[in-house]
Design a binder for this molecule. Sequence first.
Ligand code: ATP
Ligand code: MG
Length: 196
Amino acid sequence: MTDAVDEPQESAIPTETPDKSELVRAPSLVLANTGDGKGKSTAAFGTMLRAVALEWPVAVVQFLKSGDWKTGEEKVARTLGVDWFAAGDGFTWDSADIDESAAKAKGAWALSAELITAGKHKLILLDEVSYAMTWGWIDPTEVANTIKARPDHVNLVLTGRDMASEVIDVADTATEMRSIKHAFDSGIVAKKGIDY
Ligand code: ATP
Ligand code: MG
């Protein structure tokens, strides 16, 4: 047992100006927000706001959408001119042997791949895309290859728990949100304005 973490760490105090001469400017970045803690989508929508502030064309694809449940972020994003797509929207997937969720996820990926390849948007956010890979509906290698082959200027943010290692490998920045505690664990329901 140690309470050293509460002590100020001498090594954490910067004494020299960091040397930035070796840093390079990337034409675009790929971010992956994963883990079991809250904040993956919230952080992605924060990035969306930064892109909007620069007047970048932005697209959001939501892989998990529960009916007509409209979130606050969707409402604001649409007002800001963000192209917002929910799973299944504007895309039909003709298959009788897979269930509706799988079909929607496959459709959402097909749309995402089109958007990424088209290069019309400077930021594309694939919200909750990880689950479609975890459940075997879309191929993580295909996702990774599409990311790698994207036009230079296309920035990506991918969110969701248990992000496939193939995606982590091609990401420039990958963050794991780790849950310390969540209100839900105390039986508190999702709160409008905070959770959606
Ligand atoms: P948020 O959208 O709030 O940033 P998230 O994207 O990190 O959350 P998701 O797995 O997409 O997390 O969860 C969506 C919903 O579940 C949100 O309402 C969120 O508050 C809630 N949630 C997130 N983490 C947890 C957790 N560890 N336990 C229970 N509920 C959670
Ligand atoms: Mg989320």
